[in-house]
Design a binder for this molecule. Structure first.
Ligand code: FDP
Length: 353
């Protein structure tokens, strides 16, 4: 009888070192057909953009003209940083000649960027936030890039990109790049969530965590409590509950990608609720909340507006904002229960009045 072959430790380590992003996409799809080729190429381009941004960030303090504001205000009415502009252009430049996308839509552009007619045009759209957590850039704390890939659904002859106004369930892939102590790329093509770490000596993203599962419950709540008095009573009730019960701890870095990353791995909940004056909150649906909701669901967690699953929300406009509650299933449900309790109370007061 012949013993079945057991790979040696160094063979396993070598195999892991060879699991690059593009190889992983093919492994996941278990074929080399045109769709798999496209997805693998798309992920490779996103990885290249991530490497370019990471390289610039790693030397930002030593170079002229990298840090600080441009003096411009973007379509969201927010001040623009030089790194926002650079990272936005990196993604365009990386995809312009790729033949993979027809358009790119980002936080930094009022309208989508259409691939010019003299370049090869593909059938996908990349939606992205080139630098998420911009307020962290100048002080050398983690920031990220968020992305999602959608397939073009119509001819888009009037250039309005109205076919992008569909729910997050239309996303083919989503993920983020975290520029932290190491640079990580986390992605899903609807087959679990997987993390890759940039090995600077190889210049490659190498598989570091496969099939990440978010715990059903975690101790962390992540929210900007400076907004406490601007929230609805339901969110305030939830925070009071956190303060009064043992086993919870607060973490908030000011960069969604970093805070989400912690919760994806360790469990808990991230919230950016609306305020009484701005019920839609701050975060953008298409290129912030929906991609992270896609990852959360793939990792066994949930993402909610407080009343609806984020992935079911159909945007009315490209830069639409949404409240976001994302993380472990039990913790998201707990936040929702406080919101629902208050709205029931308000409804019964209205009926009596
Ligand atoms: P930023 O404006 O610095 O880009 O995307 C918006 C975002 O950062 C998130 O990354 C972050 O979680 C949040 O806003 C921080 O906002 P507050 O400063 O209002 O807490």
């Amino acid at each position: 009888m012949v013993d079945s072959y057991q790979p040696l430790d160094h063979e396993l380590a070598l195999d892991r070192d060879c699991t690059t992003l593009s190889r992983h996409v093919f492994q996941q799809l278990q074929n080399f057909g045109p769709d798999a080729q496209d997805l693998s190429a798309l992920m490779n381009r996103i990885a290249l953009a991530g490497k370019l941004v990471a390289r610039r960030l790693s030397r930002a303090g030593l170079m002229e003209g990298v840090l600080g504001f441009t003096g411009e205000v973007n379509v969201q009415g927010e001040t623009v940083k030089k790194m926002d502009v650079y990272a936005n252009e990196v993604f365009i430049s990386v995809f312009k000649q790729s033949g993979l996308v027809c358009r790119l839509a980002s936080e930094e552009m009022e309208k989508p960027y259409y691939i010019p007619e003299n370049c090869p045009i593909g059938r996908y759209t990349l939606v992205y936030d080139p630098i998420d957590g911009s307020s962290n850039i100048d002080i050398n704390i983690n920031v990220g890039s968020i992305f999602a890939i959608r397939q073009q659904q119509s001819e888009d002859l009037d250039g309005s990109a109205s076919d992008l106004l569909q729910s997050g369930r239309q996303q083919i892939a989503a993920g983020y790049i975290l520029y932290g102590p190491s640079t990580m790329l986390v992605y899903s093509i609807g087959k679990g969530v997987h993390a890759f770490t940039l090995d600077p000596s190889l210049g490659e993203f190498i598989l570091s965590n496969e099939n990440i599962q978010t715990p059903e419950h975690g101790p962390i709540y992540s929210v900007n409590e400076g907004n406490f008095w601007q929230w609805d009573e339901g969110i305030r009730d939830y925070i009071r509950y956190m303060h009064r019960h043992e086993g919870y701890t607060a973490r908030y870095s000011g960069a969604l990608v970093g805070d989400f990353h912690r919760i994806l791995f360790q469990g808990g909940v991230f919230l950016y609720p609306g305020t009484v004056k701005k019920p839609e909150g701050k975060l953008r649906l298409l290129y912030e909340s929906a991609p992270l909701a896609f990852l959360a669901e793939q990792a066994g967690g949930r993402a909610s507006t407080g009343t609806h699953d984020i992935l079911d929300v159909i945007p009315e406009k490209l830069h639409q904002r949404t409240p976001l509650i994302v993380g472990s299933r039990e913790d998201v449900a707990l936040v929702e229960s406080f919101i629902q309790e208050r709205s029931r109370e308000q409804a019964s007061v209205a009926v009596k009045a």
